[in-house]
Design a protein around this ligand. Structure first.
Ligand SMILES: O=C(O)C[C@H]1C=CC(=O)O1
Length: 96
């Protein structure tokens, strides 16, 4: 199942720099592992914003929820999810 996910990150202004750096490091490690596993299919920065557009390929809505809530930055993100299905005019399958 494919999902379009937008994540807007908002760290508290008063968060100590070392705590923010640690959270970002842990987030990056998990994000890269999930990309290697094929679950986090695309990850794009939205230009000029601390936000991303991602495509996830997971087995269920529950799996997506578990994955998103396990992200180290989850407490500091607003996340919007859109489930995707194949468009009848698309010339691509879900694997491209
Ligand atoms: O920077 C972000 O967009 C937030 C988050 C998503 C992946 C990652 O490494 O950090």
């Amino acid at each position: 199942m494919l999902f379009h996910v937008r994540m807007n990150v908002s760290l508290p202004a008063g968060m100590p720099a070392d705590q923010a750096a640690q959270l970002k490091k842990a987030e990056k490690e998990l994000a890269q592992r999930l990309q290697q596993e094929g679950k986090w299919r695309h990850l794009w920065r939205i230009a000029g914003q601390y936000a991303n557009i991602s495509i996830f390929d997971v087995g269920s809505v529950d799996e997506l929820h578990t994955l998103l809530t396990s992200l180290p930055l989850f407490p500091y993100m607003q996340i919007d999810v859109m489930p995707l299905c194949r468009h009848p005019s698309s010339i691509r399958d879900n694997d491209s």
